[in-house]
Ligand binder design. Structure first.
Ligand code: PLP
Length: 366
């Protein structure tokens, strides 16, 4: 049985986006962040597609994601880093050795456990915090003390993470670049990695040796509000089930939160928040909502999002251009992902990583 929601993932566009970023940051090397199942696109397909495009450095959040990715990327020259660091209960031999994973170690305690239990030859990364206050050694001084205790053998990469790379005017970006440069002095000759997608577009070019884009690879706009330089990877289209007219003053959806201002034609669409659509995507009285494209025209979602359904206002479309079975594009080539997200009160990252499991998935190979 085929689901009325169709999710199309274009791995050719994914590969093209990687190549674009790769050329942009050269001579730095471009990696790929494939955590959260490659931002919802499916890491088992995205990983090999990126590898074929030339990518050799992959980043996941958890060791378990790394282990799954390793099955898709058995090649000896592919490297997998685990961004979240050595989990409190991780067994470096079992989890990391068996699948050739490298944790981004970010504290003295993690470093101690690694040295106590991992073979000296096993490579790993070090994470130094430069402002996020989330993961990593608190300062270059702390990193210095840990390195004095444990030595630098096996350190393959030193990394940090931007707080506001998507806001190029934020002075914190330059402060982080300086703090990271200071930390790198402790590890001469060790490659460094700082930039995420938006970091790869900062004027200061903080590329280091290895860049870590995620969102931009999957078609998200890394330089909002400027036009998106990336190709569209993910398209979500969902079929209409019913169409009806309501009178001015009538309402639709749970709790009657949206009121028709005119005689209105409504189309009921076959997906809702159980499919990952934001609960705030529909307009309610006094607050606009997101738009979808039906037969090429933008239509507003109205009323509160249901679990398995939502409603669009199709009054302005020619009557015969909307019928049961017609698909509405939620995001894709017509409605930019970032546009749908912003109008729904969320971000494109959240939409991608919440994509429902019920959709029919169609993949386009490079
Ligand atoms: C998620 C993540 C990235 C990728 O960020 P994007 O904004 O998606 O490019 C890079 N580095 C770290 C540490 C991350 O957690």
């Amino acid at each position: 049985m085929i689901h009325p929601g169709l999710l199309t993932i274009d791995f050719g566009a994914l590969a093209a986006n990687w190549r674009l970023l790769s050329e942009r940051v050269a001579p730095a090397v471009c990696g790929a962040v494939v955590k959260a199942d490659a931002y919802g696109t499916g890491a088992a397909d995205a990983g090999p597609a990126l590898y074929r495009a030339g990518c050799r450095n992959f980043f996941v959040a958890h060791a378990s994601e790394g282990a799954a990715l390793r099955r898709a990327l058995p090649q000896a020259d592919s490297r997998i880093f685990v961004l979240n660091g050595l989990e409190p209960d991780a067994d470096p031999i079992g989890d990391y050795c068996a699948h050739r994973l490298m944790p981004a170690i970010g504290s003295e305690a993690e470093f101690q456990r690694w040295r106590a239990r991992a073979p000296a030859s096993m490579p790993f990364a070090l994470h130094v915090d430069t402002g996020m206050r989330r993961l990593g050694f608190d300062s270059a001084a702390e990193l210095h003390d840990s390195l004095a205790r444990h030595g630098a053998q096996g350190v393959e990469l030193v990394m940090s993470h931007f707080v506001s790379a998507e806001a190029p005017g934020d002075p914190l970006n330059d402060e982080q670049i300086d703090l990271f440069a200071e930390a790198r002095l402790l590890l001469p000759g060790v490659p460094g990695s700082l930039a995420n997608s938006s970091g790869a577009f900062l004027a200061a070019k903080p590329y280091g040796d290895l860049v870590r884009p995620g969102y931009a690879l999957y078609g998200g706009n890394p330089i909002l509000p400027q036009p998106n330089p990336m190709a569209c990877v993910v398209t979500l289209e969902i079929a209409i089930q019913q169409i009806r007219w309501i009178e001015a003053g009538e309402t639709c959806g749970y709790n009657s939160l949206w009121t028709a201002r005119r005689r209105t034609r409504l189309a009921t669409i076959l997906a809702g928040y159980a499919d990952g659509l934001p609960r705030g995507a529909g307009a309610i009285d006094g607050r606009p909502g997101a738009e979808v494209a039906i037969s090429g025209a933008r239509c507003k979602l109205v009323g509160r999002m249901s679990m398995d359904l939502c409603i669009a206002d199709v009054t302005d479309l020619p009557e015969d251009s909307v019928r049961p079975g017609t698909r509405a594009e939620f995001f894709g080539p017509t409605i930019p992902l970032d546009d749908f997200a912003a109008r729904s009160g969320t971000i494109g990252y959240h939409l991608l990583t919440s994509l429902g499991r019920r959709y029919e998935r169609r993949t386009i190979s490079p």
